[in-house]
Write a protein that binds this ligand. Structure first.
Ligand code: NCD
Length: 315
């Protein structure tokens, strides 16, 4: 594995399998069934979150704690970014404090890679603009495999603002690596034909604008939020819920075994209705969050092992 963890695109199946297996081993710790580890003892991780976050930031924090390390958070408000300091300069300063890894969230697509090129410590991408959200990709794969077993030949729909979704990009790359079939669904303004060619597995990805036409044979459906902060709101005409919302009537048409995913934050009554979001065990939305802690533990351990900085400081 490379120094950093920046994207799912380009990761081989073996590498993904290793990370998923590591995450599965960490899951009992994330679930608090087993005591925490000490693999990050004496290490400090910096969370640099320059875009809003609830799940990702807190689960990286939790993951560091569960590995016996320490973590501090830097957000845009309250940091010198507001005084004109660049992302890279901030990261270089944070590194100079002696952190072992930097977790970056930024609205700039490619921003995590920019930081990674300049600092020596490992950088983990926690979502960069429209580009990728690779730890989300891992937790989605973990949740899907837990429910469905092998992903080969499985049919997964991703519904909503594909154009602006880093979650979708990471999921698509991960899913085709395991030979799953991906249906991208949404209004033509947000799901253009070009998304078929987002990976080199054109055979596995199809584009759809009619959600009602594709519900019957799905193994899973991932609902996405319209990324209004990326100016996507205006691109959606009419009543979104009516055309693309996962209503109880639509959920009733899914096969019995099909599961529902959503990366959060959920806009209830828009892309998904209350009763569907809360319909356990079909809805795996909170399970995704737990799997996210295990996934982030695995990635933190992996990048620090590559950098030779796990274990005790004296080692
Ligand atoms: C997503 C994100 O920030 O990319 N949330 C998350 O990390 N779980 C999705 C979103 O904001 O809609």
């Amino acid at each position: 594995m490379a120094k950093d963890f920046l994207q799912i695109e380009g990761l081989g199946r073996d590498e993904l399998e290793r990370l998923l297996a590591d995450a599965a081993r960490n899951l009992p710790i994330a679930e608090q069934k087993v005591a925490r580890k000490e693999s990050l003892a004496g290490r400090v991780v910096a969370n640099m979150f320059f875009e809003d976050s609830t799940r990702t930031r807190c689960s990286f924090e939790t993951a560091v704690h569960r590995l016996g390390g320490e973590v501090f958070n830097l957000t845009e408000s309250g940091s010198s970014t507001r005084k004109g300091e660049t992302l890279v300069d901030t990261a270089l300063n944070v590194e100079a404090m002696g952190v072992s890894a930097i977790v970056v969230r930024t609205s700039v697509s490619g921003g995590a890679a920019l930081v990674a090129r300049r600092v020596r410590c490992p950088v983990i991408n926690a979502g960069d603009g429209r580009h990728e959200h690779p730890t989300q990709g891992l937790l989605d794969l973990l949740t899907l495999r837990e429910a469905l077993g092998k992903l080969e030949g499985r049919v997964i729909a991703i519904v909503g603002d594909i154009a602006n979704s880093r979650v979708a990009r990471s999921a698509i790359h991960g899913l085709v690596t395991f030979d799953a079939r991906v249906r991208l669904v949404g209004p033509p303004t947000l799901v253009g034909e070009s998304f078929r060619r987002i990976t080199n597995r054109h055979d596995l990805v199809t584009i759809h604008h009619d959600l009602d036409a594709i519900l019957d044979d799905l193994d899973a459906i991932m609902m996405l939020r319209i990324q209004t902060e990326r100016a996507a709101g205006g691109a959606v005409a009419g009543d979104y819920r009516e055309m693309y919302g996962l209503t109880p009537a639509r959920a009733a048409r899914l096969p019995g075994h099909a599961i529902v995913l959503h990366p959060g934050p959920v806009n209830r009554g828009v892309e998904i209705d209350d009763t569907v979001a809360d319909d356990l065990p079909r809805s795996r939305i909170l399970r995704q969050v737990t799997q996210g802690v295990a996934a982030r533990m695995a990635v933190l351990e992996r990048v620090l092992a590559e950098a030779g900085t796990t274990g005790s400081l004296a080692a």
